[in-house]
Design a protein around this ligand. Structure first.
Ligand code: AVI
Length: 356
């Protein structure tokens, strides 16, 4: 058995054993799409999510992983964030993809296997598909519902596109449903999701992507740039309170999935740009002194104490090139918008990575 077929067999294709009615309905809908979608479920929810949450809440500086944002409601709220007037990254990145898509395709190559990390609603790839014309498109996302729905929408719009959707967590070593004779791989990692990892984790993740692509493989990656703190603070604390709801939804999710007893009204959203560390930080601030039980364990909060829920690092172009270089990539080209808000880099895996 080859390494790749072993990987394929460890996933459940099309119908996971236990699906909710909505998931099954979604999967059935995807099946009705004429032969263009195959779905692979690597069951990314770690068995130790409970341990991770309990450990994070037990730290002197409490923290929770931003991965926990993306349950079904969280994914919907994130989609709403991307349409907010204050949240410039999505529309700015789409503008860059629209303007330079054909240059990007010239560098990335056509007719290849295109892996998209954190595909979400697949809006951005729709901008590029006509230019890139991949032979296979492989969206990878941690949210099964979201992945199925967006794969279905994409298949309706691009009926000739062969889609292999993989439900997986790319923040840890991950498997993909690749075939042994697929040697021409490219990756797309939009949205500045790389910014949600600490720089060392980001380097490790990029190193894994470089290993997956192999020497000469190309990665197109969206990276948010440092800018006026007022723009950043507004983007992560919008007037309509959608980002606040997204942050607070994490507590609702813990209540539902881990027998938590958080009162979301007893916490408030806080986001600010930390200039020294070039990152936006999101926190949930306890409005009062309180005790909260989660999975049978009790946690004490002082009034004003925070749970740190997310970092969103902003990298200048040279700083990002150094990070990518440390992961085995060579910078090929970078595009930005006119205002210098956002960047899209094309990186190539250097020769020394071959065989990794
Ligand atoms: C997914 N990620 C790149 C978003 C960001 O901008 O860091 C998540 C987000 N958090 C609050 N608003 C958006």
């Amino acid at each position: 058995m080859t390494q790749f077929s072993a990987l394929q067999r460890s996933a459940t294709e099309l119908f996971p054993q236990e699906t909710t009615d909505r998931e099954a309905a979604s999967a059935r809908r995807s099946l009705q799409t004429p032969g263009s979608i195959r779905f692979f479920d690597y069951r990314p929810t770690p068995a130790d999510v409970r341990a991770e949450v309990l450990e994070g809440l037990g730290l002197p500086a409490k923290r929770l992983s931003p991965k926990l944002f993306y349950d079904q409601r969280g994914s919907q709220l994130f989609d709403a964030i991307t349409e907010l007037p204050e949240y410039y990254p999505t529309r700015t990145e789409i503008g860059i993809l629209r303007e330079y898509g054909s240059q990007m395709a010239d560098l990335l190559g056509r007719d290849n296997v295109l892996i998209e990390l954190g595909s979400g609603s697949s809006l951005k790839i729709q901008t590029l598909l006509a230019a890139l014309q991949p032979s296979v498109y492989m969206p990878v996302d941690i949210s099964k519902e979201h992945l199925l729905e967006s794969a279905h929408a994409l298949a309706e719009r691009f009926p000739d596109l062969s889609i292999r959707a993989a439900c997986a967590d790319y923040s840890a070593p991950f498997k993909l449903p690749l075939e042994p004779d697929w040697t021409d791989l490219a990756a797309f990692f939009p949205g500045s999701s790389i910014g949600n990892f600490d720089p060392e984790e980001a380097r490790r993740l990029l190193g894994r992507v470089a290993g997956l692509l192999g020497a000469g493989g190309r990665l197109l990656i969206g990276v948010d740039l440092p800018k006026d703190p007022a723009i950043l603070n507004a983007a992560y604390d919008d007037a309509q309170g959608i980002t606040a709801a997204f942050n607070l939804n994490l507590l609702t999710r813990i209540n539902r999935e881990l027998d938590g007893h958080f009162d979301p009204n007893a916490f408030r959203h806080r986001a600010f740009f930390n200039i020294e560390r070039s990152r936006v930080e999101m926190h949930l601030v306890s409005r009062i002194e309180q005790q909260v039980e989660v999975a049978g364990e009790r946690f004490d909060f002082r009034a004003g104490e925070t749970i740190h829920t997310e970092n969103s690092y902003k990298y200048g172009i040279d700083t990002f090139h150094r990070l990518a270089g440390a992961a085995g990539f060579v910078a090929e080209k970078v595009w930005t918008d006119e205002q210098g808000l956002f960047s899209v880099h094309c990186l190539r895996v250097g020769e020394e990575r071959s065989g990794s």
